[in-house]
Design a protein around this ligand. Structure first.
Ligand SMILES: [Fe+2]
Length: 279
């Protein structure tokens, strides 16, 4: 039986944010209600159907279909000493697939996050490796290197940062990044995207960082600043839906990860938020 987008897990609330009230929201165009009671965090559709629920990475996850397994794992997140940062959500008027694709766009740092995650003239993307790992059904990019003036809230001065990108689900991405205070370890920065409609989404960034200096508020504000820079780009992208057929565009090296992501989406028929025929 093939797995559709309906069968994947999606974040729909912060587990810690539910004590105040129930949350009415959308998932893949369907109305759902997330509540919290003594038994956990039930999620029901507008018709009253109870949906599966898991609480992981500080978020409540649910699915409209029949998931193939649990919410994906991030083993690094369980390492002792990490700070787990719940950033909250940002609503964005863009396709959920566009939000992930932008997160995977290796070349955008110097232009969108100028003087923070990148700077001119350091705009060149060095050779990196991309693969679709069939055994785990994930897209991965490794050996990504970039010069960054301030790679993290905790970084002092510019460094060459190494990255790995991972796509464990159609609207989720995990970024592993050189950790300035802990050589040999990776900071984990995620983008969990809740698809509301084909052209709107709610983005729930979450991080598991080694950072003994910053306050929680400072780490949240740093990530919010970064994401608000992305949001203004995302809300102006055309076409609004993510084209899965790149047409006659000649891919640059920086695009290889985006192309692998689109190819993987197309192979699985993960088309909610996608444009199938090249315009
Ligand atoms: Fe960005």
């Amino acid at each position: 039986m093939s797995v559709t987008m309906q069968d994947h897990w999606y974040p729909v609330a912060l587990a810690s944010g539910l004590r105040r009230s129930a949350r009415d929201t959308l998932l893949l165009g369907r109305a759902i209600r997330v509540a919290l009671d003594d038994g956990g965090a039930p999620v029901v559709t507008a018709e009253g159907r109870a949906l599966p629920v898991q609480v992981k990475f500080g978020h409540v996850w649910t699915t409209l279909g029949v998931p193939a397994g649990d919410v994906f794992d991030i083993p690094e997140a369980d390492q002792p000493g990490r700070r787990l940062v719940e950033v909250g959500s940002v609503k964005v008027r863009c396709s959920p697939l566009r939000a992930v694709e932008n997160f995977l766009d290796i070349a955008h740092f110097p232009f969108v996050h100028t003087d923070v995650l990148g700077s001119e003239p350091h705009t060149e993307v060095e050779r990196y490796e991309v693969e679709i790992r069939d055994d785990v059904d994930e897209v991965w990019a490794t050996k990504v290197k970039f010069f960054q003036p301030q790679a993290a809230r905790s970084a002092q001065g510019g460094i060459t940062t190494e990255y790995m990108y991972r796509v464990p689900g159609p609207t989720c991405s995990v970024l592993y990044k050189t950790c300035p205070p802990r050589p040999g370890e990776w900071d984990v920065i995620t983008l969990f995207v809740q698809p509301l409609t084909e052209t709107t989404c709610e983005v729930w960034p979450w991080m598991a960082l080694f950072d003994d200096d910053s306050t929680m508020t400072e780490m949240i504000h740093f990530q919010q600043l970064i994401f608000l820079q992305d949001r203004s780009i995302l809300e102006n992208q055309l076409p609004a839906l993510l084209p899965l057929d790149p047409g006659r565009e000649i891919p640059t090296r920086a695009d290889m990860l985006s192309i692998a992501y689109r190819r993987w989406l197309k192979r699985h028929g993960y088309t909610f938020g996608a444009q199938l025929v090249a315009a």
